[in-house]
Design a protein around this ligand. Structure first.
Ligand code: RB5
Length: 147
């Protein structure tokens, strides 16, 4: 399993911590973040991860910004991306189990390292349940007009 990860300036240290958690679990992690803490625009980095996840079938993404909101809003503009804002453990579980999310987003200014570790553990262990949820994902994919 390959992960594409990126942050903006607000989450550089958090991104390094998260990247190391994923690597310790044996995942390959491609880091598309800015190289410095200079101010950048989060949409530019959300776009890089969203495009990479779409092009590399079966890969997943992690996007971090101050709140996780800007990253998730941007990533969800890409058809086929289901970016879930998970600043808590229950959301991280449901994002996979019910929403088949392919990008995990959270806020570096909201969650600390302990919670991030639990979010990553939960996200990595959770699997899409399919069934009735698959029908709902199909409706997302077919645009809101079909809901
Ligand atoms: C940057 O200050 C901040 O706006 C950004 O990291 C993010 O929280 C936006 O949603």
């Amino acid at each position: 399993m390959k992960y594409y990860i990126a942050t903006d300036h607000a989450g550089i240290d958090t991104k390094d911590f998260t990247k190391s958690l994923l690597e310790k679990k044996g995942y390959e992690v491609v880091d598309l973040s800015p190289k410095t803490k200079d101010r950048v625009d989060y949409p530019d980095f959300a776009k890089k991860v969203a495009k990479s996840v779409l092009e590399d079938k079966g890969s997943l993404g992690v996007l971090i910004c101050g709140t996780g909101i800007g990253m998730s809003l941007t990533a969800n503009k890409f058809d086929g991306i289901r970016a879930a804002l998970c600043n808590d453990i229950y959301s991280a579980s449901m994002a996979k189990a019910h929403n088949d999310a392919n990008i995990l987003c959270f806020g570096a200014r909201i969650v600390g390292e302990g919670v991030i570790e639990s979010i990553i553990d939960t996200w990595c262990k959770s699997e899409f349940e399919g069934g009735r949820h698959a029908n709902r994902i199909a409706k997302i994919n077919n645009s809101v007009d079909n809901c």
